[in-house]
Design a binder for this molecule. Sequence first.
Ligand SMILES: [Zn+2]
Ligand SMILES: [Zn+2]
Length: 151
Amino acid sequence: MTSDLETQLRAVSLRVTRPRLAVLAALRDHPHVDTDTVIALVRAECPTVSHQTVYDVLRALTDAGLIRRIQPARATARYETRVGDNHHHVVCRSCGAIADVDCAVGDAPCLTAADDHGFVVDEAEVVYWGTCPECATDRTAQRTASPEGTR
Ligand SMILES: [Zn+2]
Ligand SMILES: [Zn+2]
């Protein structure tokens, strides 16, 4: 079941270790989670893995390009295994929920900057901010429950 993950590690010349496999599997099943959540997920599989090991694994996998680290303003860093397609994210201002958004037009057009100032651009990060459906529903419910408003 983990053989595809082992292949991924070998492809970037990383030694196959249980913590690395566990982190990759956790992120494949739970995209956009923060470090604490990764630690909890990994420990559910391998209880002996230390926090430091998970930090080290996250850094090694990010450096190797197997996972992508995203850090929206004011939010904690999140990780995901969907790499290389320069997709974007929509973030809820209220609860921090994150979802993937494909490039708005065609194939990674955001990489073509109007003026690249001579830089070689390899990544463009677009973050859409808003309110997720759940928080929008909560807010409507709150407004109905307390007409005076609680804020
Ligand atoms: Zn929300
Ligand atoms: Zn994503």
